[in-house]
Design a binder for this molecule. Structure first.
Ligand code: NDP
Length: 301
């Protein structure tokens, strides 16, 4: 997708989280317009230094794709995660507001409790069930309270060709083991990082040309819904179809209660995509299509 931005500024679009799944996809799509920085240049754990960096870089837009994303480890070091996910986004957003620079931030399905079976809308009550969700919610509130022009995209189950994610774990386990046990009572939408990056830039391009910047929280994930068990099954079926050598024969569906982890997970992570469709006319591809494209990139097709 070719993204068009108003040619009002030759200052860079700053991306934080350059080595992450979403940061990488954004930088690749923006190419020369992006200035992508990693933890070494912009450490969110040391947020008082961020305004100094921003003063020197003078970005035209800031996109924060950096976050502490290790959900289970977050339970052990919540105070640090609060700084990275909760406080740093507010500092970035306040600098942006003071300098009339639009700020884009990512949040998570984990801000919701996971009760019920209906898709969450953006105005649904928030009630995170783990430390990661609590700190991400702190970040959302700080960004929304900073003033200026801002967009928060709540997404879910992000994966990419590289990195430590569910897709790569399942392919590895499928090669190593004959039998897998995968959770089948958590519902949501796996989101291919480049699809999320495309939608982000499409919305940002439109927001920048609107007379009034459409500040707000928006859900943004691949469309459709599934479970981790169905997602794993689809991954392995597609990979095997393409001739990859897999050992796995049996993919057992298990409830969350049979796979205890340090952090609780919401069972219902379905996110309604109506708002982003209504306001920007954007609909992300179905998760199966996202997976297909990702596997194509990995040359499993
Ligand atoms: P990744 O874990 O792939 O990337 C996170 C990035 O943040 C990495 O580049 C990492 O750097 C960086 N980072 C971590 N700690 C710091 C720090 N102290 N200072 C600066 N940078 C830091 O995450 P995603 O790309 O998948 O996530 C993008 C956004 O989407 C995040 O806001 C996340 O909360 C949200 N999200 C992600 C989901 C997912 O399933 N992954 C689901 C829902 C929301 P380094 O490589 O050095 O560790």
């Amino acid at each position: 997708m070719n993204h068009r931005f108003p040619a009002t500024s030759d200052r860079p679009i700053l991306i934080l989280g350059a080595s992450g799944q979403v940061g990488r996809a954004l930088a690749q799509k923006l190419d020369a317009r992006a200035l992508a920085v990693s933890r070494q240049e912009a450490d969110l754990a040391n947020p008082t230094r961020l305004p100094i960096l921003l003063d020197s870089l003078r970005p035209s837009v800031v996109i924060n794709a950096a976050a502490y994303t290790q959900v289970d480890r977050a339970e052990q070091e919540e105070p640090l995660v609060q700084i990275i996910n909760g406080e740093a986004p507010g500092i970035l957003a306040r600098w942006c507001a003071a300098h009339d620079v639009p700020f884009v931030h990512y949040s998570t399905d984990y801000v919701y409790s996971g009760e019920g079976i209906s898709p969450w809308t953006e105005d649904a009550p928030v009630s995170p069930v783990n430390a990661y969700g609590r700190t991400k919610l702190m970040g959302d509130l700080a960004v929304a309270g900073a003033g200026g022009n801002w967009l928060i995209f709540r997404t879910s189950w992000v994966y990419d060709t590289q990195g430590k994610n569910f897709l790569n774990t399942i392919i590895r386990l499928g090669k190593e083991r004959e039998s897998l046990r995968i959770i089948s009572d958590q519902h949501g939408a796996p989101t291919y990082a480049p699809d999320l990056a495309d939608a982000t830039l499409e919305i940002l391009g439109r927001a920048l040309t609107q007379p009034r910047f459409p500040n707000g929280v928006y859900h943004l994930c691949n469309s459709g819904e599934t479970t981790w068990h169905e997602f794993a099954t689809e991954i392995l079926v597609r990979v095997r179809e393409q001739g990859a050598e897999l050992k796995v024969r049996n993919i057992e569906a298990i409830p969350t209660t049979e796979y205890p982890l340090p952090a609780r997970r919401p069972l219902n992570s379905r996110l309604s995509l109506e708002k982003v469709h209504k306001i920007f006319g954007i609909k992300l591809p179905n998760w199966r299509l996202g997976l297909r494209r990702c596997l194509q990139e990995m040359m499993y097709f």
